[in-house]
Ligand binder design. Structure first.
Ligand code: UDP
Length: 246
């Protein structure tokens, strides 16, 4: 693996970012479902970013309820399993929207699956307008098609909305050259290439489709610990936090 140093991060803040929150993130201290207390804390973290002038769009995962790849089988077709997965992201997006609003953050939930009784449909211009007005946009339903994950949906949406980076929130502080749980001498890397992220088996931060799309369009992805206070703000201000894939 190539470890690129010195770090070459931007020194000025990003003006628009896509924050990817997995279902696992939203379940906080629990094994599944939503940890509302943790989500409220996360809302306050995002508020700092919005108040600093950076526009934020959030793609939520659904793995705390269902993942298509795991659900498929025993008569459940993969397409149906992915539909269920997308509905799981909808549950997270609705809950997170309410929690954000209860924290006085102007927020809109836009859905990429048809569900007009519960959320506005995702429309490019509408999302753009909300963001320009300083509202947080939370996207439900991934990209609305099966055989994809919300990581790939996140990259696709970040490109569609001219985001300068995808911030992938995790519970670890970045990417290591080997599994830190198994190797005491594992070293955190500050930057890695898309090539390494795809080919190095020790690095499993995102699915290949997501990385391939980001690589093709030169969209940086930052893997960082979002459970640490101020980290989201620090990343959006261009500080060296986590690992940057570029
Ligand atoms: N999904 C899908 N299309 C999309 C996004 C998501 O079919 O554009 C489904 C897929 O089954 C996936 C599930 O929704 O497993 C939940 O998303 P994901 O696994 O990415 O959630 P996370 O692991 O981030 O919590």
């Amino acid at each position: 693996m190539t470890i690129n140093t010195p770090d070459e991060r931007i020194q000025q803040p990003y003006s628009r970012v896509l924050l990817k929150l997995s279902g696992e993130q939203l379940s906080g201290q629990f094994d599944s479902g939503i940890d509302a207390e943790f989500c409220a804390w996360m809302a306050e973290e995002v508020k700092k970013v919005v108040d600093s002038g950076t526009q934020v769009i959030i793609m939520v995962g659904g793995g705390n309820y269902a993942r298509g790849a795991q659900l498929a089988g025993h008569g459940i077709r993969r397409v149906t399993a992915d539909h269920i997965g997308m509905l799981a992201t909808m549950m997270n997006a609705l809950a997170l929207t309410d929690i954000f609003e209860s924290c006085d953050i102007r927020t809109r939930c836009l859905s990429n699956i048809f569900a007009e009784q519960v959320a506005e449909p995702f429309v490019h211009r509408l999302a753009n307008n909300h963001l320009k007005k300083g509202r947080v946009v939370i996207v439900a339903g991934g990209i609305g098609r099966p055989y994809l994950t919300t990581d790939t949906a996140a990259v696709s949406l970040a490109l569609e909305l001219d985001c300068q980076a995808v911030l992938k929130a995790t519970k670890v502080d970045g990417v290591y050259d080997k599994d830190p749980a198994k190797h005491a001498d594992a070293v955190k890397v500050s930057t890695i290439s898309f090539q390494d992220a795809v080919t190095d088996d020790a690095i499993k931060v995102m699915d290949t489709a997501a990385l391939g799309l980001a690589l093709e369009h030169n969209l940086p992805i930052i893997i960082f610990d979002a459970t640490k206070a101020d980290n989201i703000l620090l990343v959006t201000q261009g500080n060296a936090v986590g690992t940057k894939i570029h």
